[in-house]
Design a protein around this ligand. Structure first.
Ligand code: NAD
Length: 446
C-alpha cells in the first residue's frame, strides 16, 4: 500500500504534524489488512455461533512462506528481493490466488489477500481454496529482463508449493499475462512437461481462456446489474467514479460505459481526472497503452485533473468503484462518501469502520469477495480447459460467468435480507458455512 511508505516517511516528522497529515491524507493509525479481514470474519462467525474449534481451523492461514530472491540486475549487480506465498485454506480444493508485485507488499497484506481468496472461491462455489503471493518491488524501476529474472526466481523458489492440484497463481496488481507465461514456463521446464494448469491468466496462445482479461470487471458488472434491479434504479442513468485504471478498473469503466453509464472520474497512481459530461474510457485506455499511465490525460481529453486524487472517492456519483488497493475508504473519509452503491473491484478497499459508517448511510456495498470474484471464476474455467486440453468459445465462458455470478449474488442478497445484515457479512456467512462444512467432512489428518 502506498499508505505504508508514506507513513514511514512521515514518522520522521513531529507528532502533531504527523497527526494532522494523517487526518488530511485519510490514513488511520493503523490496523493491518489482515486485522481488518479478521474483523470481517468475526462479525459473521459470531452470527453463525461457530464453535472455537471450527474457528481455529478456518480462520488463520495454513502456510506462510517467505523467500529471498537474488536477481542479477542489468548493470551486473545483484539485488535481493523478498517474496511471499500464503496458502490460507485448502478444504475445498487447491489454493488459488494472484501474485502482486508492489513496493508496499508485506506479509500481513498477503495473508489478508489469501484469506479473502478462501471465502471468495466459496461464495461463487468454485472447488478451490485461498492463496496469494507477493514480491516487494516497484516493477516500474525494473527493465523487462530484470522483471523476467525476478518472476522466474520467485516461481523457482516456490516450485514445490505450486502445482495444478496444489496451488495455482494468477495475475494481481502489477503482474500480467506475460509474467504468468514466465511462471508457467519455469514450472514446465523444471518438470520437463507442458503444464499450463499451474497458473491462470496466461496469454491465450499458451492456454489462457477467452474472457479472462475482462473477467474481474465483467463479474462486477453483473453484480451491478442485479443491484440496480434490486434497488429499482436505471442502469443507463448511473454516474460512476473508478479509482485505479489497471486490469480491473479500465475494463470496469469500459463495460459500464457500454451499458450507457456516465464515467465521471477515473484515476491511477499518477492522478485523478474528472468530467461531469463523462469520460470516454476507450480514449483513456489508448492513452495508457501509449504512455503506460494516465499521466497528462488532461492534455489530450476534455477532463479536469483533480488536485487531490483521494477526493475521487467523495464525488457525488451513483456508483463508486475502488479498483486499486486496500484501505482507501476509512473512518476518516467515509462520512464524506456520497455514492449510493460501492462495487469493490479491489480487495479490501473499505475498512470495517468505514463499513459501519456507510451502513448507517444505507450505502449498498457489493463486497469484494463477491464483487470481484469474476476473475477467479474465469481462472477456474481456464484451469478446467487446460486440464481437458479443449477450449471453449468466449460466448460459452460469458454464459458460465454470468450464471455463476448471478447465482452468487442472489445467494448473498437472500442471506443479507434473511439475516438483516449488510451484504459483506452475508457473503461471509454464506461462504464460511461452505468452508466449515468441507473442513468438517474432511476431518483432521493424523
Ligand atoms: P493493476 O496493476 O492492473 O492496476 C492497478 C491500478 O491501480 C493501476 O492503474 C495503478 O496505477 C492504480 N493505483 C495504484 N495505486 C493507486 C492509488 N493510490 N490511487 C489510485 N490508483 C492507484 O491491478 P489490477 O489487477 O487491476 O488489481 C486492482 C485491484 O483489483 C487489486 O486490489 C486486486 O487485488 C483486485 N483484483 C484484481 C483481479 C484481477 O483479475 N486482476 C481480480 C480480483 C481482484
Amino acid at each position: 500500500m502506498a499508505t505504508g511508505q508514506t507513513l514511514r516517511e512521515l514518522e520522521a516528522k513531529n507528532e502533531e504534524q504527523y497527526d494532522k497529515i494523517l487526518k488530511e491524507t485519510h490514513l488511520t493509525d493503523h490496523p493491518s489488512a489482515f486485522d481488518n479481514a479478521l474483523k470481517q470474519f468475526d462479525r459473521a462467525a459470531k452470527l453463525l455461533k461457530l464453535a472455537p474449534n471450527q474457528v481455529a481451523v478456518i480462520k488463520e492461514p495454513r502456510r506462510v512462506t517467505e523467500v529471498k530472491l537474488p536477481v542479477r540486475m542489468d548493470d551486473g549487480s545483484i539485488e535481493v528481493f523478498t517474496g511471499y506465498r500464503v496458502q490460507h485454506n485448502v478444504a475445498l480444493g487447491p489454493a488459488k490466488g494472484g501474485v502482486r508485485f508492489h513496493p508496499d507488499v508485506d506479509v500481513e497484506e498477503v495473508k489478508a489477500l489469501a484469506f479473502w481468496m478462501t471465502y471468495k472461491c466459496a461464495v461463487v462455489g468454485i472447488p478451490m481454496g485461498g492463496g496469494k503471493g507477493g514480491v516487494v518491488v516497484d516493477p516500474r524501476k525494473l527493465s523487462q529482463g530484470e522483471l523476467e529474472r525476478l518472476a522466474r526466481r520467485y516461481f523457482a523458489e516456490m516450485i514445490d508449493l505450486f502445482g495444478p492440484d496444489k496451488d495455482i497463481p494468477a495475475p494481481d496488481v502489477n503482474t500480467n499475462p506475460q509474467i504468468m507465461a514466465w511462471f508457467m514456463d519455469t514450472y514446465s521446464m523444471h518438470h520437463q512437461e507442458f503444464l499450463p494448469a499451474v497458473v491462470t491468466g496466461k496469454p491465450i496462445e499458451l492456454g489462457g481462456s477467452a474472457g479472462r482479461a475482462a473477467a474481474t470487471a465483467q463479474g462486477m458488472v453483473y453484480c451491478v446489474h442485479r443491484t440496480v434491479e434490486h434497488l429499482g434504479m436505471d442502469l443507463s442513468k448511473l454516474t460512476v467514479a473508478v479509482q485505479g485504471f489497471g486490469n480491473a478498473g479500465s475494463y470496469a469503466a469500459k463495460l459500464l460505459h457500454q451499458d450507457g453509464c456516465t464515467i465521471q472520474a477515473i484515476s491511477d497512481i499518477d492522478g485523478a481526472f474528472f468530467s461531469e459530461q463523462g469520460i470516454d474510457p476507450e480514449m483513456a485506455i489508448a492513452h495508457v497503452k501509449e504512455n503506460g499511465t494516465l499521466k497528462d490525460f488532461e492534455k489530450v481529453a476534455k477532463v479536469e485533473k483533480m488536485r487531490d486524487p483521494m477526493k475521487l472517492l467523495e464525488l457525488p456519483v451513483d456508483l463508486l468503484i475502488p479498483a486499486a488497493l486496500e484501505n482507501q475508504v476509512t473512518e476518516a473519509n467515509a462520512p464524506r462518501v456520497q455514492a449510493k452503491i460501492i462495487a469493490e473491484c479491489a480487495n479490501g478497499p473499505l475498512t470495517p469502520e468505514a463499513d459501519d459508517i456507510l451502513e448507517k448511510k444505507k450505502t449498498f456495498i457489493i463486497p469484494d469477495i463477491l464483487c470481484n470474484a469474476g476473475g477467479v471464476t474465469v481462472s477456474y474455467l481456464e484451469w478446467v480447459q487446460n486440464r481437458m486440453g479443449y477450449y471453449w468459445s468466449e460466448e460459452r465462458i460469458q454464459e458460465d460467468l454470468k450464471r455463476i455470478m448471478d447465482n452468487a449474488f442472489q445467494n448473498v442478497l437472500e442471506t443479507s435480507l434473511h439475516n438483516k445484515v449488510p451484504m459483506r457479512t452475508a457473503a461471509f456467512i454464506f461462504s464460511i458455512q461452505r468452508v466449515c462444512h468441507a473442513s468438517e467432512l474432511r476431518g483432521l489428518y493424523a
